[in-house]
Design a binder for this molecule. Structure first.
Ligand code: ADP
Ligand code: NA
Length: 332
């Protein structure tokens, strides 16, 4: 088993990134490496070209995100941790796959449609081609499994289509078709200010999200001020219907407790939000404080560059044979 996943090095990590993605990476890393497989995680700095980001900001973000991932439990001794730009094979294979990918396939990508909006003419080619680079990211390493959230399933399907067409067109059985790995409790964490919007770094209100860099008192305050309704908590999950904010807080609690909403409501059903929020804040602080402390200790450390250089060297070695075969299959 070989798993590959990437994350854009933009901004701080928030609770949604942690519970929806990074925590599963850590679990998979531990499982995969315990059974003789490999895990590769990368900072998707080439992908970040589809946004306007200042040079120095991009440089710092890659290092900060590396520190954050290590603080969350990604272990450079277990996983291959690197930034995409340090492994030129990503960009090279993307270009080779651009000969295989079809305009029509990319035009159907909902993320492209959402992000380009009405301004297709003004959108960058990088934004349009983003899913092809993503295909290269995983095919390059012959990934067997790719952890994907809901929003990325369509892109993984596309990667499989590209791999199939490349293999068929060239007659070379080169690329492994990666399987989606959808984590069991694929938590989708919503904003603390609006239970119908995703918790996101792009929300202008900092009160809408819990950042992994938030001090304890900020965590408590954000939970205390989180939007709720006047009813007490229901005693079973059915009672959460139509109560998006309450449902979100309960599912955050369940995710942190490695439990489920029914169990959490078994404990807190009938209770007012005051005591429940206090218990939730305690759980959050218990989880986030050690991550924040490790992050602060690592941030700015020269150790990060060493980890990234080492990870990139290992990634280049894994990628090299597949890239060479791809060139050869195309007569290049
Ligand atoms: P953001 O939405 O804050 O810009 P990204 O798009 O950079 O976050 O997502 C990074 C990773 O975190 C992705 O795997 C994504 O699925 C996951 N993720 C982001 N926001 C959430 C959320 N609110 N709930 C669950 N997972 C999330
Ligand atoms: Na996003």
């Amino acid at each position: 088993m070989r798993i590959v996943s990437g994350i854009q090095p933009t901004g701080n990590l928030h609770l949604g990134n942690y519970l929806g993605a990074i925590r599963n990476w850590v679990r998979m890393q531990d499982e995969v490496t315990a059974t003789g497989g490999e895990s590769l995680f990368f900072l998707a700095d080439l992908h970040s070209l589809s946004d306007h980001i200042d040079r120095d900001v991009r440089l710092a973000s890659v290092r900060d995100m590396t520190a954050a991932l290590i603080a969350c439990g990604i272990d450079p001794a277990k996983s291959i941790l690197f930034n995409q730009a340090a492994v030129p094979a990503h960009a090279e294979l993307c270009w080779l796959l651009n000969g295989t990918a079809r305009m029509g396939w990319l035009n159907r990508m909902t993320q492209w449609k959402d992000k380009a909006g009405k301004n297709r003419e003004g959108a960058s080619i990088a934004l349009f081609d983003y899913p092809v680079l993503q295909a290269a990211d995983v095919l390059l390493y012959q990934a067997t499994h790719v952890p994907v959230g809901d929003d990325q399933k369509q892109h993984l399907e596309l990667a499989r289509d590209i791999a199939t067409k490349f293999n068929t067109d060239t007659g070379v059985d080169l690329f492994t078709l990666p399987e989606p790995f959808i984590p069991p409790a694929a938590a989708r964490i919503m904003s603390l200010r609006d239970g119908t919007a995703k918790m996101s770094k792009s929300d202008p209100s900092d009160m809408s999200r819990i950042n992994l860099s938030d001090p304890d008192d900020a965590i408590s305050q954000k939970v205390r001020k989180a939007k709720t309704d006047p009813e007490p908590l229901p005693s079973d999950p059915m009672g959460l219907a139509g109560r998006a904010e309450a449902a979100n807080l309960v599912s955050i609690y369940a995710a942190l407790a490695d439990s489920d909403t029914a169990t959490v409501l078994g404990e807190f059903g009938g209770s007012q939000f005051g005591p429940f929020k206090a218990a939730l804040a305690d759980r959050l602080i218990e989880r986030i404080t050690p991550i924040r402390e490790r992050y602060e200790a690592l941030r700015g450390s020269p150790e990060l560059d060493r980890h990234l250089q080492d990870g990139a060297a290992r990634a280049r070695a894994v990628a090299a044979p597949t890239l060479a075969r791809a060139y050869d299959a195309l007569g290049l």
